[in-house]
Design a protein around this ligand. Structure first.
Ligand SMILES: [Zn+2]
Length: 110
């Protein structure tokens, strides 16, 4: 699964998770106003929310790993670092490309 597929999956799961949560809330509300709780029904609905939540967390973890892999590794110690990192979190090596400023040396007087 590539990154864009993962992102699509993440978005779908996030929607699904929100819908399931909404359903669970609505269901609990209906039961509450009728003063008739079906705990088994609530527990089943909650289990579906939990499944979607766990899958979402896993996809987000994979996306974070892909981000880290895409960003690069420390030239000194090889640790993965995230995009935009300035120093290696592991060894403190500077990660930004160093571009020496143009220094004009004045001609010596003499
Ligand atoms: Zn390092």
């Amino acid at each position: 699964m590539n990154t864009s597929q993962l992102r699509e999956r993440r978005n779908r799961l996030a929607e699904e998770f929100a819908e399931l949560q909404w359903d669970l809330g609505g269901m609990a509300y209906e039961m509450a106003i009728r003063d008739h709780f079906r705990l088994d029904v609530i527990v089943r609905a909650a289990a579906r929310v939990q499944e979607a939540d766990a899958e979402l967390a896993e996809v987000e973890r994979l996306l974070r790993l892909e981000d880290a892999a895409a960003a690069g590794t420390c030239p000194n110690c090889g640790s993965l670092h995230s995009r935009g990192a300035v120093f290696c979190w592991q060894c403190g090596e500077g990660l930004m490309e160093v571009r020496p400023a143009a220094v004009s040396v004045p001609p010596s007087e003499g």
